[in-house]
Design a protein around this ligand. Structure first.
Ligand SMILES: [Fe+2]
Length: 185
């Protein structure tokens, strides 16, 4: 059994993964966000959202201690420019995993689609600036394959991820997986 697991991991480590597509930074990035995965405060309005994923490189190697910076609008589409609401600077764990709790970001003027901004850095790898989008976005009218280009900034269908609903009926939250693949320098 152990041999089988080892063989699988070795095979995975040799895998060639496609790097996560880049997407523009936008105007609202702020340095030095707190290292807290709890972006959603108690009683925050909006649909609760949990995002998690794993940071790897194109060789399939997991990236522990990658810096995963995220920033997003609140449920009404406003960015906190004074403080650090809905902003975080996270660190992937020993298996490359990261996760955070937030709310589904709102739409705002000038952008067609809901999104969460990412800046991911790890030693020996190219910094990745990108954005996560949601297949449930009303802008896609249920068909992201056909309609993702409605947002002129969204140039890659791969950045649009499925959204699942989880939890008790009175405490539903949305869940999205967003794995990250970095390129070496
Ligand atoms: Fe934005």
């Amino acid at each position: 059994m152990a041999d089988a697991v080892l063989a699988f991991e070795t095979q995975e480590a040799r895998a060639s993964l496609k790097p996560t597509p880049r997407n523009e930074t936008g105007p609202f990035y702020k340095r030095l966000a707190p290292n807290s995965a709890h972006l959603r405060g108690a009683g925050d309005p909006g649909l609760p959202l949990r995002v998690d994923g794993r940071v790897r490189n194109v060789r399939g190697e997991v990236m522990p201690a990658a810096k995963v910076e995220i920033w997003q609008a609140d449920h009404l589409g406003s960015y906190d420019l004074e403080g650090f609401r809905y902003r975080a600077s996270l660190s992937s764990d020993a298996s490359g995993q990261y996760s955070f709790d937030s709310v589904m970001p709102g739409h705002y003027p000038g952008r067609v689609c809901q999104h969460i901004h990412y800046a991911v850095t790890a030693p020996g790898h190219k910094p990745l600036i990108t954005q996560l989008y949601f297949a449930t976005d009303p802008a896609f009218e249920g068909d992201p394959d056909r309609n993702y280009t409605r947002d002129p900034i969204l140039i890659s269908r791969e950045l649009v991820r499925p959204v699942t609903l989880a939890g008790d009926p009175d405490a539903i939250h949305a869940h999205v997986d967003f794995d990250i693949v970095l390129e070496p320098l």
